[in-house]
Design a protein around this ligand. Structure first.
Ligand code: FES
Ligand code: MG
Length: 590
């Protein structure tokens, strides 16, 4: 354990006899809301509560309540709570996409943590991008930090069955297009999937990222999965408030916890939970801000062979309450540890103990919800990192390949893990909506759908649009998914086996920009490659022609931030971070 610092950084603001003028200026404004000189000058830790909840962020809004218990915990340990707002990020409500704002929220939180008298911080996490934004900021600033999950919503129920966030919408959209349900029923089912405060109750990006914040060691053990309305959620908030004060006294920083070992654990745990394809983007980003090397190759090497244990939608059948009751992240870790699959049980966590110590004696209360390694949901559940002449890197979540999909595309005895097809190319989501049902496109069950113009530059922040629904005439025939490939993302609550997060994107003149409808692609999952079946001379000619026209065209920015980010953002495989940001590391220590 690291030693306590001699003097807290907040004392540079509030108690600096060498500069009485500045000290007085800093002091008087914090005195004016009722704090006393004795509190501010006696070296009590000042603990920020980075508040991501607001009326604009319904997924995280319950943090407004939970922060009261966090404050109680901070005060109980002799700290001073200072709550501050974080730029809202709401996954489903923000146009054009919430991912646009992950880096904006990161930047603004860095400025707050660095520029104000804060000794340690509670990061309130929940909705998809709030978790990586907060962990990235903590990584850059590197003051003691602990994450507090808002917790998932209660299970949704519709017509006697579990209705999960997002997943129910993908399912009902198909039923709506075949006329099985009407508009009213569609809206009812959607509402039923969101029965309480909290984040999405499926294994989408929110449950993934909250679980991984715990897997990285940044939350108290068992914290991620507790549903938002449960009493334990309030109690966990109190404990988190208490613990951050101790962490400041111990000077236990993000760089002590989020080590390479912690990221390796998180990759393995991500496979076991069936985590979202957004996870590599966000974890690679956090790692870059810490200076920890991490690539999509690591995701395949460490994660692909790990079995899927957690039986949650979209890959399975249960929801957040079931996951929590079965034991949440610690029970998953315990199952992995029993078979020596957790690479680093000695990784340190926020409570000062190791991941192994925290999880070894935990019980798995329901082996149908959290499976054992001996009887998993699926073997080899991690991502593969595809390369080839189309992308330098693209991710595929093989655990969501359905039996129907496998039979249709992956059952050729000569090459059981490979398929080829003619492509139809769409330039962004609007183009897809216009053309998908047009009979002129000739889309049949052998077509591969390609989405481009959906990466961090082309559709600022990257659109979750790669999982494309087949045309209605195929759905009526029972074909509910076609192979989809693209330079965008897809929702973590979608169960489609797309090849996504493709880098470089079309807008960065990746080879996907050169494709034309009617070309053929070959996907080989065994070799982890996607190749354009066109010779290099033709591809080069297309490239020159496109450059002559000014490059791949994409829509104008609608806001200043879209324009700014487009000029300075890295590709998905690099974590979609702002290019110059990772050189600023551990800035509170410098
Ligand atoms: Fe916010 Fe899913 S939309 S958690
Ligand atoms: Mg999403």
């Amino acid at each position: 354990m690291s030693k306590a610092p001699k003097r807290l950084r907040s004392q540079d603001w509030f108690n600096n006899p060498d500069n009485p003028g500045m000290t007085a200026l800093y002091l008087e404004r914090y005195l004016n809301f009722g704090l006393t000189r004795e509190e501010l000058q006696s070296g009590k830790p000042i603990i920020g509560i980075a508040q991501t909840g607001s009326d604009l962020s319904p997924c995280n809004r319950h943090h407004i309540e939970l922060a009261k218990r966090v404050r109680d915990g901070i005060v109980a340990m002799g700290g001073i709570p200072i709550e501050f707002p974080v730029h809202p990020i709401q996954e489903t409500g923000k146009r054009p996409t919430a991912a646009l704002d992950r880096n904006l929220s990161y930047l603004s939180c860095v400025e707050v943590l660095y520029g104000y008298p804060i000794d340690g911080v509670v990061l309130t996490i929940g909705c998809d991008k709030t978790t990586p934004a907060m962990l990235m900021a903590a990584a850059t600033v590197n003051i003691p930090a602990i994450a507090l999950s808002v917790g998932p919503m209660l299970n949704g129920w519709w017509k006697g069955e579990r209705a999960g966030s997002g997943t129910v919408i993908w399912k009902m959209r198909e039923k709506l297009s075949t006329g099985e349900i009407d508009y009213e029923e569609f809206m009812e089912a959607a509402a039923a999937s969101a029965p309480s405060v909290g984040y999405c109750n499926t294994m989408g990006t929110a449950t993934t990222m909250n679980s991984l914040a715990e897997a990285l060691g940044m939350q108290l053990p068992g914290s991620a999965a507790i549903p938002a309305p449960y009493r334990e959620r309030g109690q966990m908030s109190y404990e988190t408030g208490k613990r951050i004060v101790e962490m400041v006294r111990e000077d236990l920083k993000p760089s002590d916890i989020m080590t390479r070992e912690a990221f390796e654990n998180a990759i393995v745990i991500n496979s076991a939970i069936g985590g979202s394809t957004n996870a590599p983007i966000h974890l690679n980003a956090i790692a870059r801000h810490l200076g920890v090397p991490l690539t999509n190759d690591d995701w395949q090497k460490l994660g692909h062979k790990i079995p899927l244990l957690v039986n949650l939608m979209p890959a399975g059948k249960y929801l957040g309450e079931d996951y929590s009751r079965a034991g949440g992240v610690p029970a998953v870790v315990m199952e992995l540890m029993k078979e020596n699959l957790l690479p680093h049980p000695t990784a340190l966590t926020a409570n000062g103990k190791t991941m192994g110590d925290n999880c070894a004696n935990v019980k798995n209360a329901n082996e149908d919800v959290i499976k054992t390694v001996a009887k998993p949901m699926l073997e080899n559940a991690g991502f593969i990192n595809l390369t080839g002449n189309l992308f330098n890197s693209a991710i595929m979540k093989t655990s969501v390949i359905s039996e129907e999909f496998r039979q249709r595309y992956l059952s050729n005895p000569d090459s059981p893990d490979a398929f080829e097809g003619k492509i139809v190319v769409f330039d962004g989501p609007e183009d897809y909506h216009h053309r998908i049902d047009d009979p002129k496109e000739g889309i049949d069950e052998n077509t591969i759908l390609v989405m481009r113009g959906a990466g961090p530059i082309g559709y600022p922040g990257g659109a979750e649009v790669v999982n494309m629904q087949p045309p209605a005439h195929l759905i009526k025939k029972g074909i509910t998914s076609l192979p989809c490939i693209g330079d965008g993302r897809q929702s973590g609550t979608s169960g489609s086996p797309s090849i996504l997060n493709g880098a470089p994107e079309a807008a960065a003149m990746g080879a996907i920009a050169l494709l034309q409808t009617g070309d053929r692609l070959r996907v080989d999952l065994n070799k982890a490659e996607v190749n354009i079946l066109i010779d290099d001379a033709e591809l080069n000619a297309r490239k020159e022609a496109l450059i002559a026209k000014g490059g791949y065209p994409y829509p104008e920015s609608q806001t200043p931030w879209q324009e700014i980010q487009r000029g300075i953002v890295d590709q998905f495989d690099e974590g979609m971070v702002l290019k110059n940001a990772p050189k600023y590391q551990a800035i509170a220590q410098n």
